[in-house]
Design a protein. Structure first.
Length: 755
């Protein structure tokens, strides 16, 4: 359990509090008898630790020191995959020939859960400090094994989203997943093993546990279907039969576009005009008396599904397709295949796609490479949105925090983490924070103010396959909140905002003088250093690229700057001119000028992830006893009491607005346990500047998933068919009506399909 403030006070009140550390190794998650507790001594038999409540084996080797004193790791690590070495004694017990560690590695291999705990007898509490997966060693020693445990993050180079389009099914077999929560986003809905109703039994009432995932035939056998509706593979080889009814058309040859299946399918959130659709099937429908009166037809893949709507479809570089022939599939699992293409065709389960047709055109002069399609997409309808720490519903959402949560938990296209690995209360806090209405006024030296007001953060984006680190960094940076990090064994995030007066009053104090010194001294000096980015190096201009909602998501840039900082840069270089130090960023998922401008000033004033801008340009690193880090969470604000920062000033006074401060509060950026000590890196916190920047005008977040009419939704949103508030379309989706149509041949059949 997390230590309470009372627990921490009691621990720190002890002059030398007793503490032991141990590794909890869960060798077999399905067998509690295979959970072991390893440390440097058998603490449960030692005075002061008799109430520890577990049986500890003396298996760790720490160079003559205790595990609690010697173990080193990053506190609250983020996406960086950290490694912690664990040296384990592998000598068999007396009278036994079985080695206790190497034998288990041979049986259970890599990926074993390893959790580091500290036990404090004074409060009788076990504190989870670090969580990872134990990896099998490369080499086995004679009497000891050096193993590596990596923290809970998957590879930062893994693509996110990740699902490509091979012919084989890409879903994990539902029968191999642990619960209904994981199955819900998997793609394969088999759930007999969790008392569900989907799928067949292996024999009698014995659920299946595996699937070859090689064909629709196998899928039908395991799922109890006959049409392969749940098969997640991509079969783009359809029968070459044209069913238009026009005797002059054909035989047309369907061309499967296998090359379009090598990249991961995008995941679209919010409201997005998307230009990256890929042709799955294409054909030329020739045979008209006039060759310029032919047709071309295609099935274009759009994104992962299910999405809410696809409309305003343009093909062949901006042309309007035949409206009555459009067939839209929004990407539901098990969705029906499009009709009137051929006798056999895949339904592309889980993938939103559109069948379209265009004419008249000279089909022989139009190839598959010309078959472009673009469209407006109302994004994913299955984003998990929590209303309290245990209750969530899957719905449409453009909330940046919940969309990130979806990417991290989704089995089919995301990272696949279980919800239980997340500190939901913290995610709720950030999600509600993004919904606040805020106002920021940028005031120049003449007193002129430009005000940018609106919802704090939205997320209207097409997430395309990129390395995890890049994808998540862009999402979080543009939202004004931290990267996800591990705290007390769970993934959490923090918003970068103005601190309350209560938070400042309660800030942990670190001091190098007086009766309560907790900054370590090295020799005759306190172990603390300060640093600033020089005036000619710190960014004084931010250039953001974004896709503008009012212009069909055409990309453009927006620039914000700080002229006074430019003047300082010029003076450093020996003249009195303005010197620009520019930095470019992507405002990923931001489509409105007010939001992009505020993001630009956030990055200019405070830096990305609050790591330092023109208003908080001062950092510090100091050393403190490790126990002093208890109760501190990454990005908390602390107070430094030292004379070493007395000569510094942070912020800018432009003559009209004074945003300068003498630094005393700092934001924790990283903490590393280095043995009995810890190294903490902090960045100055400018309360005056944050007060000017973070002006909340509406605290109560609007409701986005409970409406019956448009009036139930906040400004700029309308009520969709499912009772969700979604962004108002740039223009109304087309209403398809059948009118008089003139064709070259009276036998041409018309099809009208709306789904």
């Amino acid at each position: 359990m997390p230590l309470s403030s009372g627990d921490i006070t009691a621990i720190l009140a002890e002059r030398k509090p007793k503490v032991c550390a141990y590794w909890k190794i869960t060798w077999d998650a399905s067998d509690a008898n295979e959970t072991r507790y390893y440390s440097d001594s058998v603490y449960n038999e030692m005075s002061g630790f008799l109430n520890i409540g577990i049986t500890i084996e003396a298996q760790t080797i720490n160079g003559g020191k205790s595990l609690a004193e010697s173990v080193k790791y990053e506190i609250d690590p983020d996406l960086r995959a950290e490694k912690v070495d664990i040296v384990l004694n592998d000598v068999p017990d007396r009278g036994d020939t079985v080695k206790p560690i190497s034998t288990r590695f041979q049986e259970f291999k890599s990926g074993v859960r390893a959790e580091l705990f500290f036990y404090f007898p004074v409060v009788d509490e076990h504190h989870s400090a670090w969580l990872g997966q134990l990896q099998a060693p490369d080499k086995y020693g004679h009497d000891r094994i050096t193993a590596v445990s990596t923290n809970g993050w998957r590879s930062r180079e893994q693509l996110l989203p990740k699902r490509t389009g091979p012919e084989e099914c890409t879903a994990n077999f539902g029968g191999s997943l642990p619960d209904a929560l994981a199955i819900a986003t998997n793609g394969c809905p088999y759930d007999r093993h969790v008392s569900g109703s989907v799928g067949t039994f292996l024999s009698g009432s014995t659920p299946r546990t595996a699937c070859k995932r090689d064909s629709t035939t196998t899928c039908n056998t395991n799922l109890g279907t006959s049409d392969g509706r749940y098969f997640l593979g991509f079969n783009v080889d359809a029968a070459a039969v044209v069913t238009s009814g026009n005797p002059r058309v054909g035989p047309a040859i369907s061309q499967g576009q296998h090359s379009s299946l090598t990249k991961p399918w995008p995941v679209i959130y919010g409201n997005k005009y998307y230009r990256g659709s890929r042709p799955l099937l294409f054909r030329q429908e020739t045979g008209a008396p006039n060759p310029d009166h032919d047709w071309v037809s295609a099935i274009s893949g759009v994104c992962e599904g299910p999405v809410s709507q696809i409309y305003n479809i343009k093909v062949l570089d901006g042309r309007t397709p035949q409206q009555v022939a459009l067939q839209i599939r929004t990407g539901a699992i098990g969705q029906p295949a499009v009709s009137n293409w051929g006798t056999t065709i895949s339904n592309f389960s889980g993938t939103a796609h559109v069948r379209w047709k265009f004419g008249w055109i000279n089909a022989k002069e139009t190839g598959a490479s010309d078959a472009t399609m673009e469209c407006q997409v109302m994004g994913m309808t299955t984003v998990p949105v929590y209303t309290d720490a245990t209750t969530f519903s899957r719905t449409f959402s453009d909330n940046r925090a919940w969309c990130l949560f979806d990417l991290m938990t989704h089995q089919r296209y995301g990272m696949g983490y279980p919800h239980s690995r997340f500190e939901i209360a913290d995610w709720l806090t950030v999600a509600d924070w993004t919904l606040n209405t805020v106002s920021f006024g940028a005031t120049d030296s003449d007193g002129n103010t430009v005000t940018y007001a609106g919802r704090r953060s939205t997320f209207d984006a097409a997430c395309e396959g990129r390395p995890v680190a890049e994808q998540i960094e862009d999402i979080c940076r543009a939202g004004g909140f931290s990267m996800p990090f591990l705290h007390d064994g769970k993934f959490t995030i923090r918003e970068f905002r103005k601190a309350t007066s209560g938070e400042l009053s309660a800030a942990k104090v670190f001091t190098d003088t007086g009766d309560n010194v907790n900054i370590v001294w090295s020799g005759e000096r306190p172990a603390i250093t300060f640093g600033q980015v020089p005036d000619d190096k710190i960014y004084n201009q931010i250039e953001l690229s974004f896709e503008e909602a009012d212009n069909f998501d055409i990309e453009r840039s927006l620039t914000v700057d700080e002229p006074n900082q430019k003047l300082k840069a010029g003076r450093v270089l020996g003249d009195n001119n303005l010197q620009t130090v520019n930095k470019k960023f992507s405002a990923f998922g931001c489509r409105h000028v007010h939001e992009v401008a505020r993001l630009g000033y956030r990055l200019l004033w405070f830096g990305e992830f609050d790591k330092g801008g023109v208003m908080n340009n001062l950092n510090a690193t100091f050393t403190t006893p490790w126990l002093e880090t208890l109760g501190i969470k990454k990005y908390d604000i602390i107070k430094l009491e030292t004379t070493l920062d007395d000569g510094f000033e942070i912020g800018i006074d432009n003559g009209a607005v004074d945003l300068t401060e003498t630094p005393q509060y700092y934001r924790v950026m990283s903490m590393k346990k280095t043995g009995p000590l810890a190294e903490i890196t902090v960045q100055a916190y400018n309360h005056t500047a944050y007060t000017a920047f973070d002006n909340v005008t509406t605290v109560d977040p609007p409701i986005f998933n409970d409406c019956s009419v448009d009036g139930d939704c906040p400004a700029g949103y309308v009520c969709d068919w499912y009772g969700n508030c979604v962004p108002a379309p740039i223009f109304d989706p087309p209403v398809l009506t059948l009118t008089t149509l003139n064709y070259d041949d009276p036998n041409t059949a018309l099809e009208v399909t709306i789904t």
